[in-house]
Design a protein. Structure first.
Length: 365
């Protein structure tokens, strides 16, 4: 068997992919074994982990492969695309501008942007951020494709001609159009645009050097040590994911990071080093009927770029992206967990509680 055929044979075995690297320790502990099992069951090629307790990173781990084609192991400096987790950073940027007195999230967007459809001008910044605006969709529904294929400016012009989906504030409906508007608002007030503003005011203070180097356009350009993203098909094969986020959508998605750098970021937020207070940032929006809206029964609220998990035990705030990555903070338990995978559909939000249970005494839902 030549080398090419040998590798083809190896890649048919998902177990080989997930057991190539089981953390940095010689002897796998119970958490390592649990993660290896989860990765096998969910066909996750590579995973990176960081756990914070009482403001200190107490656990990191690198598992599996970042690139199936070349058999590259996940390492501590492997950067993972974080997709819509980027929205959390956009939320912090907005709150930083509010603390500077530049804007208020309860402002109508017509106060900041004049060239908009009349029906849009009365919407609030908060409604855009919390997906309760009722705006029409700028994406076509096919992954990251816009309503005018490969033409962001034409897509922007077209979306402004479409009808509203629903009365503002009456529903939760995940929507990227609002984040395109947020980018335009931030760009009006900051030098060099929102990517530079986020880099200067979030990456630099927290030492997120790899995140800063990766930038906001990871799908278009080469990023050193970046994990490739995959789908796992019904035919039991891995498929490469490819897409592009034009500038207009990069407040919604576009960053890459590591679990350790995201853990440092969560520590900084919890210590009020990036904001004077995270109270507004992590308070879910209320619909017109007084209820909260969210993705599901677990992530049952949405705040300023962050998901809210409101439940009797172990309430949490989270930020996820691409159904592939999650960072979560349990404020009552003073524990945070960051899980990055390179599988679209790996859904770590569904198993992150199992990881947290290793670090929270008496964890029970």
């Amino acid at each position: 068997m030549d080398l090419t055929n040998k590798f083809k044979h190896l890649f048919k075995t998902v177990g080989w992919v997930v057991t190539l690297l089981v953390a940095a320790s010689t002897q796998a502990d119970e958490l390592d074994k649990q993660l290896q099992q989860i990765m096998t069951e969910r066909h996750i090629p590579g995973l990176q982990l960081a756990v914070v307790k009482d403001g200190v990173i107490i656990r990191t781990g690198n598992y599996g492969v970042s690139n199936i084609q070349h058999g590259v192991a996940v390492k501590a400096d492997t950067v993972f695309p974080i997709n819509s987790m980027t929205k959390a950073f956009t939320g912090v940027a907005l709150m930083q501008l509010q603390e500077k007195g530049v804007l208020n999230i309860n402002d109508t967007i017509g106060k900041h942007l004049s060239k908009l459809p009349e029906k849009w001008k009365s919407l609030t910044i908060k409604q855009l951020m919390t997906h309760t605006s009722g705006l029409p969709h700028i994406l076509s529904g096919r992954l990251v494709d816009m309503i005018v294929h490969a033409d962001p400016q034409a897509a922007w012009q077209k979306v402004q001609t479409l009808p509203m989906q629903f009365e503002p504030g009456s529903q939760f409906s995940y929507n990227q159009t609002g984040y395109a508007l947020i980018g335009k608002i931030i760009d009006k007030y900051v030098k060099d645009g929102f990517p530079a503003f986020i880099a200067d005011n979030q990456f630099k203070p927290t030492g997120m050097k790899l995140t800063a180097a990766a930038g906001f356009d990871y799908l278009e350009y080469v990023v050193p040590n970046q994990a490739a993203q995959y789908f796992y098909t019904n035919e039991q094969k891995y498929r490469n994911f490819y897409g592009e986020f034009p500038y207009i959508l990069r407040t919604a998605a576009g960053m890459s990071s590591t679990a350790t750098e995201l853990a440092k970021y969560l520590i900084a937020l919890q210590a009020d080093k990036l904001l004077k207070s995270t109270e507004i940032l992590w308070t879910p929006a209320r619909l017109n009927n007084g209820k909260t809206g969210g993705f599901n029964n677990m992530e049952n609220g949405y705040a300023i770029g962050w998901q809210i998990i409101d439940r009797p035990n172990h309430k949490a705030v989270s930020a996820s992206g691409g159904n592939a990555v999650t960072m979560i903070y349990y404020p009552e338990d003073k524990v945070s967990v960051v899980v990055l995978t390179n599988l679209i559909g790996g859904l770590p939000i569904q198993f992150v509680d199992k990881i947290a249970a290793h670090f929270i005494d008496g964890f029970k839902l």
